[in-house]
Every structure is written in structure tokens, then in C-alpha cells.
Design a protein around this ligand. Structure first.
Ligand code: HEC
Length: 198
């Protein structure tokens, strides 16, 4: 009888633990889905704004006059994103081949960039967003960025850049690593850091 009682207690204990584990998994899955939704919305808004601002500026005054859009406006545009009420949101663009030293990747971002680079090396072309949990309630969402024709005005091979663009880029970014790309290349990521307000 004693043995049976012991067994029952043990079984109850295991069941209780399994229940808690189940609940933890569910909470985590819900939280992850929420973070993915926010990251996706913010990255889309940010990239949509940036691309249309770039296109308008290039049409108006040529690529040399659009350089300030990708530099000066990139940050204020990020600040314009309407905040999700209960979250703090920070946007950054980062890559292994950065133009602005201020956009260099930190250790978490390096891990995400390596994740994408290894998929690219394997020939994967359909890159999906990537999510990292940094600590409870704090996540990094990554949207991979590819180069397309419009980007080549300022990130393409030297011979494709106008003299004005080359001169201006050299003046502003003497340590520029963000040239020489071709259409379809993986360029880097938009990183959206999302943390729950306490
Ligand atoms: C008119 C020139 C111009 C065009 C067109 C342009 N960029 Fe840029 N890009 C820049 C400049 C200048 C910077 C440096 C911004 C800064 O100082 O933060 C930059 C920075 C970046 C960065 C941040 C990382 C880094 O290298 O510092 C990413 C990512 C990026 N560009 C991607 C793109 C993509 C993708 C496109 C095409 C959709 C594009 N850019 C089109 C000029 C341009």
C-alpha cells in the first residue's frame, strides 16, 4: 500500500510538472507569435518608407542627392513608427559589410547574420525572418534585406557608381565596406528589438 501511495505521489508530481511545462511552452509560443507580428509590422513600415523616400529622392535629384535619405533620414523614419502600446521598439540596420561604422553588428546580431549567411551559402534564396529571445520579454526580430537594382546606385560595383556618388560616399564614409554588391545579394538585416514595458 505504501509503495502504491508513493507511486501515486510520484505520478502526480510528474503530471503537475508536465502541465507546467505545457503551460510554459504555450506562453512562449504565444509570446513568440506576438513578437513576430510586431517585428514584421515595424520592419515593413520602416522598409516601405525608406524605399519610397529613396525612389522619390533619386527621381528628383539623382542618386547623389538621395545619399542623405539613406543616412540622415533612416533614423528619424525609425522614430516615426507608431509604438505598440506595451512595448519598447528599437530599429537598426546592420550587416557584415557596413558603410557607417555605427551600424556594425553586436554579438546577437552577428549570430543572426551568420544564420542568414549560412543559408545563403547553402543556396537558399527564400530567407525567412529570424527571432532571438535575449532575456524574458526581450526579443530581436530580424528581417533579411536583399539588394535590388535601385540599391546598385550606391551599393553596386565601383564602375556602376557616378563620379558624384563616389566622391560623396568617400567624403562621408572613408571606411565604406558596402559597395560591390549585385542584384539579389544578401545585404544585411533590419533588426527590430522589442521589449515589454514593465
Ligand atoms: C542614394 C544612395 C543609396 C541607395 C540608393 C541605397 N543606399 Fe543603403 N546606404 C546608403 C548610405 C549613405 C548608407 C549609410 C547610412 C548611415 O550613415 O547610417 C546606407 C546604409 C545602408 C544599410 C545600413 C548598414 C550600413 O552599411 O551602414 C543598409 C542595410 C542598406 N544601406 C541597404 C540598402 C538597400 C537594401 C538598398 C536598396 C533598397 C539601399 N541601401 C539603397 C546609401 C544608399
Amino acid at each position: 500500500m505504501k509503495k502504491l501511495l508513493g507511486f501515486c505521489f510520484a505520478a502526480l508530481f510528474v503530471m503537475a510538472c508536465a502541465d507546467k511545462q505545457d503551460l510554459d511552452d504555450k506562453t512562449y509560443e504565444t509570446e513568440k507569435a506576438q513578437m513576430e507580428e510586431i517585428g514584421n509590422a515595424v520592419a515593413s513600415e520602416f522598409m516601405g518608407n525608406l524605399k519610397s523616400e529613396l525612389l522619390t529622392a533619386i527621381k528628383k535629384g539623382g542618386p547623389e542627392n538621395a545619399i542623405s535619405v539613406c543616412s540622415e533620414k533612416a533614423v528619424p523614419l525609425a522614430e516615426m513608427i507608431p509604438e505598440y502600446n506595451n512595448y519598447n521598439i528599437e530599429i537598426k540596420r546592420t550587416t557584415f559589410k557596413n558603410r557607417n561604422p555605427g551600424n556594425a553588428a553586436d554579438e546577437f546580431e552577428i549570430e543572426a547574420l551568420n544564420h542568414f549567411e549560412s543559408l545563403v551559402t547553402k543556396g537558399e534564396t527564400n530567407l525567412k525572418p529570424y527571432l532571438q529571445k535575449l532575456e524574458p520579454g526581450v526579443y530581436n526580430y530580424y528581417r533579411p534585406l536583399k539588394i535590388f537594382d535601385m540599391c546598385l546606385n550606391c551599393h553596386g560595383k565601383e564602375e556602376l557608381l557616378t563620379e558624384e556618388v563616389k566622391t560623396e560616399l568617400y567624403r562621408l564614409y572613408p571606411y565604406d565596406k558596402a559597395k560591390g554588391y549585385e542584384s539579389g545579394d544578401f545585404r544585411g538585416v533590419v533588426r527590430v528589438k522589442i521589449s515589454k514595458k514593465i
